[in-house]
Design a protein around this ligand. Sequence first.
Ligand code: CP
Length: 306
Amino acid sequence: LNHLLSIEGLPKAVLEHILDTASTFVSVSDREVKKVPLLRGKSVFNLFFENSTRTRTTFEIAAKRLSADVLNLDIARSSTAKGETLLDTVANLSAMHADMFVVRHSESGAPYLIAQHCAPHVHVVNAGDGRHSHPTQGLLDMYTIRHYKRDFSQLSVAIVGDIVHSRVARSDIHALSTLGVPDIRAVGPKTLVPGDLREMGVRVCHDMDEGIRGCDVVIMLRLQNERMSGALLPSSGEYFQHYGLTEERLRLAKPDVIVMHPGPINRGVEIDSTVADGPHSVILPQVSFGIAVRMAVMAILAGNEA
Ligand code: CP
């Protein structure tokens, strides 16, 4: 693996290798072990052209736990504001001897463009591009599911909400499918759930109660208003009434269901606080596992696994 640009097309063995490698890093990500020297002398550049709390920070922590030097480019204060192109920015950062670019961009495909134009020794990790892909979120979601459920082969997983605009949903669906989950459901209003998901073997449900009934895992998604035109925008009160996850609705799922969310959560819009903070929620453990998973991805790309 030279770059991580998408989960789509990655074989099951590669996904499992990343998850297995991540499990070896959990003690480092938990700070039982402070650091490992696997990326010592390497420079990781975080290039976030779109906002982020979890992904940017956990990549920075992960790189530091691997002993890399980390540079967070402040895009708002960079010369992109003066008209410098993405590729010129990357060429200049490459001249500063970057070894790895972690890229988030609102345009689908931006990390691919960078990967095509950077030097052969430089690795590119997609940290979310448009509505296309968010591979490390998909991987940390799979790590979380495996941690709590052990075996993918018997699971029912419902992904609920604004699926059409969600790079997380696409990455999760590809990963769940590759790892052999037999029952993947996409739940939400007709305007926000693409019907062609059926061609990927996904069950499409427009009724929330039917969609989460008997599920082992419920993955909630926020409404990505920033990607919607006026016609698609539901009112948040109406949306919560039909698709909000409440304690009452959650009782339709299996008694040991886990509730996931990539964040940021919008309380009272797609999820009630009693569920987000409740006993079934693994939303914050997902964030913690993200450190170990991102360590694994960077170590594997650099060819320096534990
Ligand atoms: N899950 C996720 O990508 O969160 P951030 O946008 O905060 O990075």
